[in-house]
Design a protein around this ligand. Structure first.
Ligand code: IPE
Ligand code: IPE
Ligand code: MG
Length: 237
């Protein structure tokens, strides 16, 4: 099983359009699938699930859609957090939260606090997140913390300042909705992640679809730069 799965939940709008529904109906359905995905990860013993909910570029969408997405986010936090807490899920939200209205920021803070003692599943929602933003905020904070070493920093120096510093790098990346791109998600952390793209739209991405992605992951050989022979001769080298 992958220890950390990261997902770009794409295709809500097209799912709704196919049904002659407003785009937001796709987002509403999408939230249901998040619930299913959380359940599936717990059942399969997956420790980390990271979901891209809103990118730093999604502010470019029509104001009505942005506002409805924010309302959905608020509603989900109000309604789901207690259930997450009872199920052993620790919720974190990564991204530049300063752009959200204070009520939403407060809900996020409380949700993180309420679930902080849980360790069955680490559920991370990337909201107003961008991979480039993450690398830059980490670099800026590192520069502030260790200015005397300017210009001599290593990758390991940057790691603790990145938004996902609490998690291992993703093993499996899934993007639904047919597009084969990263769209500024976890750029630094995906360096050696196995990528899985599926045309299935997010609201149709059931546990059965998830199992197909896991099966594909299990059939890959992760070489991390080594040769295939090295892996079979000394599996832990
Ligand atoms: C993903 O679905 C959800 C968000 C980006 C919030 P989309 O809304 O991008 O759906 P499509 O890609 O238009 O179908
Ligand atoms: C990526 O989806 C972001 C999220 C799913 C939150 P988009 O639909 O915004 O990505 P692009 O614009 O097609 O690259
Ligand atoms: Mg999209």
């Amino acid at each position: 099983m992958p220890g950390h799965v990261a997902v770009i939940m794409d295709g809500n709008g097209r799912w709704a359009k196919k049904r002659f529904l407003p785009r937001v109906a796709g987002h509403v359905k999408g939230v249901e699938l998040v619930r299913e995905m959380v359940r599936a990860c717990i059942e399969r013993g997956i420790g980390h699930l990271t979901l891209f909910a809103f990118s730093s570029e999604n502010w470019r969408r029509p104001p009505d859609e942005v506002s409805l997405l924010m309302q959905l986010f608020v509603k989900a936090l109000e309604q789901e957090v207690e259930k997450l807490r009872r199920n052993g899920v620790r919720l974190r939200v990564i991204g530049d939260l300063s752009r959200f209205e204070t009520h939403l920021q407060e809900l996020i803070r409380r949700a993180e606090e309420k679930t902080a003692a849980n360790d069955r599943l680490a559920l991370t929602i990337a909201a107003n997140y961008g991979g480039r933003w993450d690398i830059m905020q980490a670099a800026n904070r590192l520069a502030e913390a260790a200015p005397e070493r300017g210009g001599k920093w290593t990758e390991a120096d940057l790691d603790p300042f990145l938004a996902m510093n609490f998690a291992p790098e993703p093993d499996l990346f899934i993007r639904t909705g047919g597009e084969e791109r990263i769209s500024n998600f976890l750029l630094w952390q995906l360096a050696y992640t196995e990528l899985y793209f599926t045309p299935t739209l997010w609201p149709d991405f059931t546990a059965t679809e998830f199992d197909k992605a896991i099966l594909s992951f299990q059939q890959r050989e992760r070489r991390f730069g080594r040769t295939s022979e090295q892996l079979t001769e000394q599996p832990n080298a």
